[in-house]
Design a protein around this ligand. Sequence first.
Ligand code: GLC
Length: 461
Amino acid sequence: MRKLMILSLIFVVVFSAACSPQETPVVEPTTKPVEPTKAVVEEPVVEEPVVEEPGVDVSICGTSEEVTITYVGDPVGTAVDAENNTIARFKEVCPNITVNRLDSDAIVQNLLASYLTSFEAQSSDLDVIRVDVIWPGLLAEHLLDLNDYTPKEQLDSYIPSLLVNNTVDGRLVALPIRLGFGMLYYRTDLVEKYGFSGPPATWDELEEMAATIQAGERAEGNPEFWGYVWQGNSYEGLTCNALEWTASNGAGMIISPEGEIQVNNPASISAIERAAGWVGTISPPGITTYIEDDSRAVWIAGNAAFLRMWPGAYGSSQTSEAIAGNFEVAPLPAGDSGQGASTLGGWEIGVSKYSAHPEAATAFAVFMTGKDNAKYYAIDSTFPPAILELYSDPDILAAVPYSDPDIVKITTPRPSTFTAQKYNEVSTLYFTAVHSVLTGAQDATTAMELLELDLEVLLGK
Ligand code: GLC
């Protein structure tokens, strides 16, 4: 019953997240007929050199030639192993294809900029790339239509809303590999030690608990201990954090699905002021430079009571000697809206239109996101999978136990569908304004007033 609830919630939340009046209608994907498996038949009469690699199934590998392709890897936490294992599994199936995994920039705006530089030069340097859930619209023109390469059965296996999200003008520009959503990680041992009954339900409770635990742990001799760590650098991750503070306070969604700008209102201003008050009190002064890995490092070293993070930190927390067995995850706290908000993240796999090896590159993308590999990717990375059926697999439920209705139901999308091509500029204006409040350069009232004006100009309001 619980599994069914989880499934339907993921479906409903992600589906509604991806839909907007601007959406391209869902197009029933057409699939290139998968060629029948060609058995390698030994022809004793022919004396020509054998070019086909024995055992290469061209229908799966796309080519029997020896080729090397590049894959732009995820440098953050558990994803590295999940990707290396994926590449090793692919090598077993397609020994003729070598996947060269490049480590990429962990700041997604920098990654996007590097993609655009390469694509604008029509460079064949990148074959298979990771596409943030907010980017299909931005990158569509540079990516192949994967409807043409993916078996229909596989297309049908993905969470439908992700296909909608990744379909631009009828072209499926990326295949989904994982979901992400913001969660509150908390130390069960410390919550109990300081007499609290469970994780905080509200931001007020979080502040009180974080301050109490921090004071207690410091008094016991750990000057490095902090109450709450999160992502406060001036980048996309701050947009994700700030959306959670403001949406949970009833401020709206930065830009509503109908296009209303929702930043300059009392709920937004007070939520951002509250977060600015954490800097140097319950959070390190340097939090305004933290990206995911910085906050995760403090947490897995055992130096924080609470962490705001994506699901992948679950795996690295389980293998941390300092905290294994002493942590849990919960929905992010509620503000004045009465419930928390959790920014919807996630990644997709796309293939560059400028690839010199499109058959091998698409073969890798299809393999990576197909059910068999996706299951192990989810277990290795502890990111929830993009394939619906895997949510009833006991191995997956054990690996990602936090695919919990209470967490999934508060998922909130960024306004990338509505703003489409302009999303990166919207987000950059937003996180720059929020960051200026966190560093004390501006007060929240002024920052949100100016941000509203900038967004009006950008969106032509
Ligand atoms: C995670 C999310 C992604 C988001 C990024 C921000 O990788 O999955 O959607 O943009 O964090 O840092």
